[in-house]
Design a protein around this ligand. Structure first.
Ligand SMILES: C[C@H](O)[C@H](O)[C@@H](O)C(=O)CO
Ligand SMILES: [Mn+2]
Length: 429
């Protein structure tokens, strides 16, 4: 009887030969994949609560549903949970932190007073774990964002408070980047918008452009920090008008040569970000992706292995855009084990990149150039059932992470040994 590792190897060899017959080198695909970091978002680990202990509502049109037990409530717990998640995911990746996740001690500073000193614990840990860090100002869950306006607020004092927050966050990003030798992508998303039809769409957008210019005024070495801006179509409470719309940020990013963040859940349901990548990268230097999954009104379901995920990955590979794209995740689900959510979403993202790297693109292009759209469609359909699974299993085996569903046993074990003991967790999980 072959061992399970031998079965994985045998299945891989058959798959490798099949891909080779289509002109695809599976070894090369895997070695490229090893170089692609995914930035895991810290906020899946605690339902976007953070460590300010303010008790302020999430707000900003964001909502987390579910009450799965065992959520992290201290930086140490969150780091422990992240380590557990990384141990289930092949490759070397990054962590994306929000400003509310600082280690603030007894006297929590206001958002405009935070500094790199509140993130030394994260930086030291990231160094130890060999992770790059990314960063985000938190323009929500705060009394000064309670009316749904921040950088575009009509009151200059309010705008200034948030401008100072944005400036502080860039310095934190730069400190992270300098300490870790890899630039932090510091991404700005603001909730500003209106529930009902505004009488003035223009003024808030003009104010937002001015505020962003003030946030980004200080030049920072791009080897330490890169600025990104993220649009949204609508949120809860901003159904009729969002100041930072797609057109607004596309124009802003192009005119200021900033990174544009495309969140897969932030567009009309019939729009897909896979079709935007090549347009946007014609004009902006680099792209940040928030890979997510929109379901009706919610933009943040756990990423599944669906056709759009494949198309996103395929566009990055086909266009040669991997070097200019930072891949981050953005979902939060409190109805399932939070570590499993990270594992499922991140493994799916990596699996989609592997599928894209295994695509016989040269053949597809050949058909397209010949005008043979029949053959192009036929091959695209054939690709859907090529043996990706055996290559994926082999990739996981080689990386020393669980193969197939085995990762779930480890999550269950961690649940029993650790999550169950957390305060607020019922005796039986
Ligand atoms: C918590 C994140 O900053 C947030 O999800 C943002 O990126 C977003 O997508 C808001 O809908
Ligand atoms: Mn997002």
């Amino acid at each position: 009887m072959p061992s399970s590792d031998q079965r994985v190897e045998q299945a891989y060899e058959l798959a490798r030969d099949l891909y080779a017959s289509l002109g695809v080198d599976a070894e090369q695909a895997m070695s490229r994949l090893r170089q692609i970091p995914i930035s895991l978002h810290c906020w899946q680990g605690d339902d976007v609560v953070g460590f300010e202990q303010s008790g302020d509502e999430l707000g900003g049109g964001l909502a987390v549903t579910g009450n799965y037990p065992g959520k992290a409530s201290t930086p140490d717990e969150l780091r422990m949970d992240l380590q557990q998640a990384y141990s289930l995911i092949p490759g070397n990746h990054r962590l994306n932190l929000h400003a509310i996740y600082g280690e603030f001690g007894d006297h929590v500073p206001d958002r405009n007073e935070i500094g790199p000193e509140h993130f030394t614990g994260w930086i030291d840990w990231a160094k130890e774990q060999q992770l790059g860090l990314d960063f985000n100002p938190t323009y929500f869950a705060h009394p000064l964002a309670a009316d749904g306006m921040t950088l575009s607020h009509p009151d200059a004092k309010m705008r200034n408070f948030w401008i100072e927050h944005g400036q502080a966050c860039r310095q934190i990003g730069a400190t992270m980047g300098a300490a870790l030798g890899t630039p932090a992508v510091t991404n700005s998303w603001i909730p500003d918008g209106m529930k009902d039809t505004p009488a003035d769409r223009k003024a808030p957008r003009e104010r937002l452009a001015d505020s962003l210019d003030a946030v980004f005024a200080e030049p920072i070495d791009p080897a330490q920090n890169l600025d990104a801006v993220e649009c949204k179509l609508f949120g809860i409470g901003s159904e009729s008008y969002v100041v930072g719309s797609h057109e607004f940020y596309l124009g802003y990013a192009i005119s200021r040569q900033k990174l544009l963040c495309l969140d897969a859940g932030h567009f009309h349901p019939t729009e897909v970000i896979s079709d935007k990548i090549s347009s946007v990268l014609t004009y902006v230097p680099e792209l940040l992706l928030h890979v997510s999954r929109g379901v009706r009104w919610d933009s943040d379901h756990v990423v599944t292995y669906n056709q759009e995920l494949y198309e996103i990955a395929a566009e990055l590979v086909r266009g040669g855009y991997l070097e200019r794209t930072h891949i981050g995740l953005d979902f939060f689900d409190a109805s399932i084990n939070r570590i499993a959510a990270w594992a499922i979403g991140t493994r799916n993202m990596i699996k989609a990149l592997l599928a894209a790297l295994l695509e016989p693109t040269a053949k597809l292009r050949e058909f397209e150039e010949q005008g043979d759209f029949t053959a192009r469609l036929a091959l695209m359909e054939e690709i859907k059932t090529l043996p990706l699974g055996p290559v994926w299993d082999y990739y996981c085996l080689q990386a020393g992470v669980p193969v197939g569903m085995d990762w779930l046993d480890q999550v269950r074990q961690y649940e029993r040994s650790t999550l169950i003991n957390r305060s607020g967790t019922p005796a039986v999980l």
